[in-house]
Design a binder for this molecule. Structure first.
Ligand code: GLA
Ligand code: ZN
Length: 675
């Protein structure tokens, strides 16, 4: 449990009473009660209010807010406010200001833009965390610490550059090793002094996001920036833990956010929390995958939905309203996939600045007679009824999909073979193929133990880190099914090609050699032609983006290309290795191919969907001891009926017994307790 003080799904969100006159809070508290809100995230952006000048701090206003909330029965998720530095600090200590990718020194403004290597920022951020923890360590309202807010972005200032050199010295020890790792003899970029190394930006090696002359330095800068921000987080973490060793600490992540290696961060978060902002046209399965990824960061431990909007956003190009029922549907989607909290940005809509048109539980009209408030209150009442039933339950999966941030950076920094290759899209294709047939998957990092899975899918695992190929071999040898795709096993962790034929270190387990890689134009495609029908696969399927031209080195050829000069060469192979199988999908296939392929692989392993798929109805199961909770989420605009088969079930909220079928309203949710 995240904190036993509140043994239910936490319900609440970001709250900024300091932006309002005091009387407003009295109204807010009344409405929180009506909506069943029991947690308020406070103090997210109040550094300037807490530290008025270098030596003057004022916590009295925050004392009052926290006390009032607690008296009202509302707990607190207490943020440290270090996501935006005060104006006086920027003026007095310009080292807190970042230098951007183009080399421009920023002025005061915006947020999330402190230089992560600024001595001033680090000192005062940690000091603020320390003071907050000292002051509120015994306050009964506080459930959890929320460090800073959505860490992100990069800095290219001189102090970052210096710290980068130190970071590199630790990583490589000698310049000789560094020159080798980055292959600097290319274009005569050899370094003879550490001081010669500069950060890779628009002024040096990178001419655009994701375009670099040297992948080695660009990869290392991403690692270094992610580490630098993680160090800032850790400084605050340690300051908080000094006073409150038992209070959990988190920072709100951003799902598929590219710039930070969240698997590395996760080790230092007591609980994962993240902010979910899908747009009207975001595929449901992409949101599901992101939840599963956030759950995977800490090996399946329940996570927090820290932010979502009750209705609309302000920062998307077209900020559509969440249709009736959708806020609840998407909230339960998070819970279905492992969230133990449902929280919003924001509880009251602000009166000015850029987020005044961002949705909130309490809208500008200021009372509770709104559609959004009614929907929030309805969900609040349900979460109250659910009490602690779902808490700490787990999603159990026998299929895993590998996701690696460093691999993603490398794939997208690669100059060639195609700009069309997007790592997340390729991963999502495989996830979606499972999702469409109700087969649960875990999203795992490259450090994860593979032994509890029957099937491990590693889409476009271009970068093979030291020891990984061996772990895959052991997994397959012991009976596991492994699936790799085109453009895999090409480089090591410095983006240096593994010589001797693609897919490098994976060649042995896959039993193939990829001789060439063809890139297809957007209007081109090829075909995967099954040699004979296998399971549900028969005939021809469209494929695109990249086609590896492979030769079997022992693998059985299941399908070949249908056209072009490599027509007849293998497109799908399977290698028997020890007691397991290693599959290679040499190109990017259409969805129906992947659905059938994965269905067959699952069937061969005895993995079945809990319930037959109904289009647009998402299914997920959470389990605790012998209890199983089946979530049915109807994303359709129309009613849907789901056949339950032999399940004997009760509606978890109404407690009514249910047999045979469940009918879900448009956008409706049912949670079943399966006996
Ligand atoms: C992010 C931030 C919040 C707020 C919301 C608006 O998630 O963490 O402070 O700006 O976006 O969607
Ligand atoms: Zn900097």
């Amino acid at each position: 449990m995240i904190n036993e003080k509140l043994p239910k799904i936490w319900y609440g969100g970001d709250y900024n009473p300091e932006q309002w006159d005091k009387e407003v809070m009295t109204e807010d508290l009344r409405m929180f009660k009506l909506a069943g809100i029991d947690v308020a995230t406070v103090n997210v952006f109040s550094w300037a209010r807490l530290q008025l000048s270098e030596d003057t701090y004022d916590f009295t206003w925050l004392d009052e807010i926290i006390d009032k909330l607690y008296e009202n029965g509302t707990y607190v998720c207490l943020a440290t406010s270090t996501g935006a530095h005060p104006a006086w600090m920027a003026r007095k200590y310009p080292d807190v200001l970042r230098v951007d990718f183009q080399g421009r020194k920023r002025k005061f403004g915006g947020r999330h833009n402190s230089c992560p290597n600024s001595p001033t920022y680090r000192k005062y951020a940690a000091l603020l965390a320390d003071k907050l923890a000292e002051r509120y360590k015994d306050h009964p309202a506080v459930l959890i610490w929320h460090v800073s807010n959505e860490y992100g972005g990069y800095c290219y200032c001189d102090q970052c550059e210096n710290s980068f050199r130190k970071w590199l010295q630790e990583r490589y020890t000698t310049l000789e090793k560094l020159n080798k790792a980055w292959n600097t003899s290319f274009w005569g970029h050899t370094f003879y002094k550490w001081e010669e190394i500069v950060s890779p930006s628009a002024l040096s090696e990178e001419w655009d996001v994701d375009n670099t002359n040297f992948q080695g330095i660009s990869l290392d800068y991403r690692r270094f920036m992610s580490d630098s921000m993680l160090e800032c987080y850790q400084l605050e973490y340690n300051a908080l833990k000094k006073h409150t060793p038992d209070l959990p600490v988190t920072t709100n992540l951003m799902g598929l956010y590219k710039e930070l290696d969240y698997f590395k961060w996760a080790k230092y978060l007591d609980v994962i929390s993240w902010d979910n902002y899908p747009s009207l046209d975001t595929p449901v399965s992409l949101t599901a995958m992101t939840h599963d990824l956030m759950r995977g960061l800490k090996q399946g431990q329940p996570f927090m939905l820290m932010e979502q909007t009750p209705s609309q956003q302000n920062w998307q190009p077209y900020n559509s309203l969440k249709r009736p029922g959708v806020m609840k549907l998407w909230s339960y989607q998070a819970v279905a996939r492992g969230a133990d909290t449902v929280m919003f940005f924001q509880l009251r809509r602000s009166v000015g600045a850029c987020e005044k048109y961002h949705g909130a539980v309490i809208e500008h009209v200021g009372h509770e007679h709104t559609r959004v408030f009614r929907e929030c209150a309805e969900l609040g009442a349900e979460l109250h009824k659910l009490s602690d039933k779902l808490l700490d339950s787990r999603v159990l999966a026998k299929v895993a999909i590998v996701f690696d941030w460093e691999n993603r950076w490398a794939v997208e920094l690669s100059s060639g073979p195609t700009v069309a290759l997007k790592y997340v899209d390729e991963v999502h294709k495989y996830y979606d193929a499972l999702f469409q047939q109700n087969i649960q998957a875990d999203m795992i990092g490259v450090d994860a133990d593979l032994s509890s899975y029957d099937i491990v899918i590693a889409p476009v695992l271009y970068m093979i880190k030291e020891g990984y190929a061996k772990r895959v071999e052991d997994f397959v040898h012991a009976g596991g099914t492994f699936l790799a795709t085109f453009f895999s096993g090409i480089v090591n962790e410095n983006d240096i090609v593994t010589l001797g034929g693609y897919p490098g270190e994976l060649r042995k387990v896959l039993g193939i050699w990829a001789e060439e890689i063809d890139a297809l134009f957007p209007d081109q495609s090829n075909q995967i032609v099954m040699k004979e029908s296998w399971g549900e696969l028969e005939g021809e399927y469209r494929c695109e983006i990249l086609c590896d031209l492979i030769h079997s080195e022992g693998a059985e050829i299941k399908a070949v290309y249908g056209s072009d000069f490599y027509s007849g060469m293998p497109a799908l192979t399977v290698n028997t290795y020890g007691s397991g199988q290693a599959w290679y999908v040499a190109t990017s296939p259409e969805p129906s191919f992947l659905q059938k392929l994965l269905r067959d692989l699952c069937q061969n392993k005895g993995i079945h969907a809990p319930i037959a798929a109904v289009p647009g109805v998402e299914i997920s199961v959470r389990s605790k001891n012998t209890e199983n909770y089946l979530f049915l989420l109807n994303h359709n605009e129309v009613e849907a009926t789901v056949e339950l088969g032999d399940f004997k079930a009760a509606n978890l909220i109404t407690e009514q017994n249910i047999e045979n079928t469940v009918t879900l309203q448009a956008k409706g949710v049912t949670i079943l307790h399966i006996n």
